[in-house]
Design a protein around this ligand. Structure first.
Ligand SMILES: Cc1cc2nc3c(=O)[nH]c(=O)nc-3n(C[C@H](O)[C@H](O)[C@H](O)COP(=O)(O)OP(=O)(O)OC[C@H]3O[C@@H](n4cnc5c(N)ncnc54)[C@H](O)[C@@H]3O)c2cc1C
Length: 401
C-alpha cells in the first residue's frame, strides 16, 4: 500500500477510531496512528453515560450491537452520596433503552478500534509514537514510529498528553483548565448493584472533586478520585496515597471495603477540562478532537461522549471540505453544540468549590423533593442542564418544595 492518505489521525482512542469509521464510510483513505498496540489500557473511570450509548446506537449501530453484547454491567441508576444528605439516585426513565454503563477501556476502546480497522479504507499504524508533523494543508508529512506518511488533512486525537496540538497550534497544557485523577481496579467491594449503578461520593471534608465506585460486573469495580490540578498542587495532595486515606476515613466507604482487594497500584492521568474558546482547535488542514481539544465536562469528568461527538463533527467537516479549508465551520459547530454545556458545567464546578454557595444553594437544592423528582422522573442530563440554566427555576428550588 502506498503511504499517501486523505487523512492521518493521530491517536486511536474513542475519538480517533470514531473519526476513522466515519471518514472510511465517506470513502476517505485513513492512516490511524497510535503509540500503543490494541487492546491497550487507558486510565479512566470507565463510566459510559447514556450519551455514549445513544450516539453509538444512532450513528454506529454495528458498534453499538457489539458493545451491548460485551457490556457486563447495566446500571439502572447513578447514586450520589453527600455527607449530611441522604442518598440521591438518578433513576433512568424506564423507556430509556440506553443506560449508564461501565466497561473497562481496555475492552471498550478495542471494540471501536477493531471496527475502524475492519474498514478497507483504514490502515492502522500501532506502536507508532508521533515524532513530527511538517508541511502544510494538503501536503502534510507525518513521522510516526518507523513510518513516514503523507496526508491532506490531520486529525489530532492523541488525548491529554498528545503532541499534535503542541506541534500544530503551539499551545501547551493549560493547567487552569486541567484536573488530575487516579484509578485503581478493585474486587470484592460490598453493596454494589445495578440498582445503585455508578456511585459518586462527596464527603464533607472534600472541597473539590469526587470519589467514585464504578462497578464493571464480575465482582470488579473501577475506584478512583480526582480534583482540579490547581487545587491538588496548592493542597500538595498525593492522589495515590489519598485514595486509600479516603476509603479509611469515610465510614460509608470504609464499611464497603472490608473484604475488598486492590488489583493494582493506583494510576494517575490528566483531564483537560472544557469551557468556551479555551483553545485553538482547528486551522488550515487540521482539526483537534476529544481530549486534545479540551472537551471534558468540568463537573463530571466525562470526556468519552464529547470525544465521539467531536470526531463525528471533524469527519463531517473533512468530508465537506474545500481546498484551503481552515475548518472554522467545525470550530463554530463545537461552539454551538458542545461549549454551552461545558460553560454551564464550569459555573457549577466553581460554585461547588465555594463553601458558602455550596451550603446556601446546592445543599438546599439537592434536598428539595422537587429537584429529586426531576432527577428520578427523567434522566436526561441535557434537559436537566437546560432547566438549571433558567434563573427562575433555580430560585424556585430555594423557595418551593
Ligand atoms: C482518571 C480518569 C477518569 C475518567 N473517567 C471518565 C469516565 O468515567 N467517563 C468518561 O466519559 N470520561 C472519563 N475520563 C475522560 C476520558 O478518559 C477521556 O475524555 C477520553 O479518553 C478522551 O478520548 P480521546 O479519544 O480524546 O483520547 P484518549 O482516549 O486519551 O486516546 C488517545 C490515544 O492517543 C494515543 N497517543 C497519545 N500520544 C500519542 C503519540 N504521541 N503518538 C501516537 N499516539 C498517541 C494514546 O495511546 C491513545 O490511544 C476520565 C479521565 C481520567 C484521567
Amino acid at each position: 500500500m502506498s503511504k499517501e492518505f486523505d487523512v492521518a489521525i493521530i491517536g486511536a482512542g474513542p475519538g480517533g477510531s470514531t473519526a476513522a469509521i466515519k471518514l472510511a464510510e465517506g470513502g476517505k483513505r485513513v492512516a490511524l496512528i497510535d503509540k500503543a498496540s490494541f487492546p491497550r489500557d487507558k486510565v479512566c473511570g470507565d463510566g459510559l453515560t447514556p450519551d455514549v450509548a445513544n450516539q453509538l446506537m444512532k450513528f454506529f449501530p454495528e458498534v453499538y450491537e457489539d458493545f451491548k453484547a460485551k457490556v457486563k454491567f447495566n446500571s439502572k441508576a447513578s447514586s450520589i452520596y453527600l455527607s449530611g444528605i441522604e442518598e440521591l439516585s438518578f433513576n433512568l426513565s424506564p423507556e430509556s433503552e440506553s443506560k449508564v454503563n461501565a466497561m473497562a477501556r481496555y475492552e471498550f476502546d478495542d471494540i471501536l478500534f477493531k471496527h475502524a480497522i475492519s474498514k478497507n479504507e483504514v490502515e492502522a499504524f500501532e506502536n507508532s509514537p508521533l515524532k513530527s508533523i511538517t508541511g502544510s494543508a494538503e501536503n502534510w508529512v507525518v513521522e510516526a514510529g518507523d513510518e513516514t506518511l503523507y496526508a491532506k488533512y490531520i486529525i489530532g486525537a492523541d488525548g491529554a498528553n498528545g503532541k499534535t496540538a503542541r506541534i500544530l497550534t503551539g499551545e501547551g497544557k493549560d493547567m487552569k483548565n486541567y484536573a488530575v485523577a487516579v484509578r485503581c481496579y478493585f474486587e470484592g467491594i460490598e453493596g454494589v448493584s445495578e440498582e445503585k449503578g455508578l456511585e459518586f461520593f462527596m464527603p464533607d471534608y472534600m472541597d473539590s472533586g469526587y470519589f467514585w465506585i464504578f462497578p464493571l460486573g464480575n465482582g470488579k469495580a473501577n475506584v478512583g478520585w480526582g480534583l482540579r490540578a490547581e487545587l491538588a498542587q496548592k493542597q500538595k495532595v498525593n492522589l495515590r496515597d489519598s485514595l486509600f486515606e479516603i476509603i479509611e476515613k469515610t465510614p460509608e466507604i470504609k464499611a464497603r471495603f472490608k473484604e475488598a482487594k486492590a488489583l493494582e497500584d493506583p494510576i494517575g492521568f490528566g483531564l483537560p477540562l472544557g469551557g468556551k474558546n479555551l483553545r485553538k482547535i482547528a486551522g488550515p488542514g487540521f482539526l483537534l478532537i476529544g481530549d486534545a481539544a479540551y472537551l471534558i465536562d468540568p463537573v463530571s469528568g466525562e470526556g468519552i461522549g464529547n470525544a465521539i461527538r467531536s470526531a463525528r463533527f471533524a469527519a463531517e467537516a473533512i468530508l465537506e471540505a474545500k481546498i484551503g479549508d481552515d475548518f472554522q465551520g467545525y470550530k463554530r459547530r463545537i461552539q454551538r453544540k458542545i461549549y454551552p454545556e461545558l460553560v454551564f458545567s464550569k459555573y457549577v464546578q466553581k460554585s461547588l468549590e465555594n463553601r458558602f454557595i455550596f451550603l446556601r444553594f446546592w445543599k438546599p437544592v439537592l434536598q428539595n423533593p422537587r429537584f429529586k423528582r426531576l432527577l428520578t422522573e427523567d434522566y436526561s442530563l441535557k434537559k436537566l442542564k437546560r432547566k438549571m440554566l433558567n434563573p427562575f427555576y433555580l430560585i424556585g428550588l430555594l423557595i418551593f418544595k
